[in-house]
Design a protein around this ligand. Sequence first.
Ligand code: ADP
Ligand code: MG
Length: 626
Amino acid sequence: MAETKKGGISVQTEHIFPIIKKWLYAEKDIFVREIVSNACDAVTKLKRLESLGEAKDLTDTDYKITVTLDKEERTLTVSDNGIGMTADELQRYLCEMALSGALDFIQKYEGKENDAGAGIIGHFGLGFYSSFMVSDTVDVITKSYTGAPAVKWVCTEAGDYEITEPYDKEARGTDVVMHINDGEDEWLNAGKIRETLDKYCSFMPVEIYFTEIGAEEEKKEEGDGEKKEPEAPKPINDTHPLWQKNPSDCTEEEYREFYHKVFHDYRDPLFWIHINADYPLNFRGILYFPKLNHEYESLEGQVKLFYNQVFVADNIKEVIPEYLLMLRGVMDCPELPLNVSRSYLQNSGYVAKISAHIVKKVTDKLNSLFNTDRENYEKLWGDIRLFAEYGCLRDRKFYDKVKDTLLLPVTDGTSVTVGEYLDAAKEAGHENTVYYATDKVTQAQYISLLNDQNVKVAYLDKLLDAQFITMLESDRKIKFSRVDADISGALKGDGEEYKNDTLADLFKKVSGSEKLTVKFENLKDEKTPAILNVSEESRRFEDMMKMYAIENGTEAASFPTESTLVLNAKNSLVRRLGDAADGEETERIAKQVYRLALLGQRQLTPEELRDFLADSYTLLEEKLGN
Ligand code: ADP
Ligand code: MG
């Protein structure tokens, strides 16, 4: 005769259910993970006993978990054929231990509601009782592998329970039947369940099947009556995720396929790193370098954290350095105490070691690509560059490890290391100075003047480059000089000194700027009459103020940048202007020369351009004569 016992979950628990219900409202979906992972644990435990020889002659060893949705009955059931529980165990594990675990957990975080969601990673520890976030009554029907009679336990959210023993259940294992609350109808939606299973259970180690009662019949009725062979049901998960395998057993194709599937990116990753850290770190993972479309996309990486193949959360920056979150990947850390706060993770020595290990693996990979396949490395650099620069800026250790393999893109399309650039600079006579351009079009004239003298120009056109330049300057004791900053140094040729104050004053006058400095130099290139230089310091300061204004949404204050007009003493036009008498004609030509120099340095304003064009046409017509 079956006997039914009634009971109440002890006094101190009277508040647990209301708290569970309102707690972490936004992340209700974790109950799916908790109940399914318990089923997984039950199978894993039984397999363990089997392999230890403690569970013998088991039947039904086709281990699996079935999630069944029954809209009519308003139930969601998770069934497993794992270890099961005896009546005693049920009493102990679910009524006493699980409850006190859940209580501890809640007491610890109660009252910290504001940061509870953000502060507790994974929310492990709430376990079984998380099912009450969506159900008012939960039935547990279970039969232990020991052959003890099956038991049914019904627990209501008021904390009352009823145990029926023995209960009629043939098969070994546990069914957890959640009676979905009235207000929680989304959990009766098959799409929602599938999506949640995908999110948390895609890589759990036991096969998981999802069925919806009634859905099969509906499908048949919809069809045209033709009988098709029913397809064998497929598990929703991959029980042997690639990261758990030995790197030597994985093919390139498998890595790519895994990437496409997990990150929904049809493009191939550039390359990847398979980390397999044994004792004492004991974690595994795969990090992919994605192909980027544009500069900002790089900030949207995704690194998924797992705990024994159970998904925990995306982008936990306490475990993975923030700049590595630009990458994509999976990390499985079974040693991490996950039911702890972020502040714990921030101060944990173990977490710091994991983090350091990952950084080492990434830098090793970059260095080995550089050393073994330079050609390919250069090709990939365009996609890696921002990541590498950001990493260097954020983490000194990262910089120290890759400093010799950092590449500078060159305007001619090649790339060189900073060291290589500096060696060449020494030979070309501009020791410790790196010339760089930020815009190939507006700065074309300067680039070609330098190239003509065998000086390479680095092409640093990204926003981040500005900070990166400053860092390299202070670390390597070198100077970066934009091509239009002080070009005369590299281009200066020999020749007698020339000075003409009248001409200098004339140029100052036609420029309309009091702050313009005019000087004469003998440039190697005789054909260019004048070039405009804008001091590196004042331009950087101006750029900074502009950035600041953009960030704060204010109007940028305009600071007149310190510019120098370099007149080429070797150029015949300059010399002829110098020899010419004062007069309107000389002034008009000087003005045109100044504007051409300006045009080589920056875009003209609309007014400047309009005047320049009008004056040019007049000059041309005059040249034709009457
Ligand atoms: P935890 O999984 O962290 O131990 P839970 O609250 O999730 O905490 O579960 C409490 C206990 O209940 C488990 O440790 C296990 O002993 C038992 N249990 C829960 N679900 C199952 C199941 N499907 N089969 C067997 N035992 C289970
Ligand atoms: Mg659990």
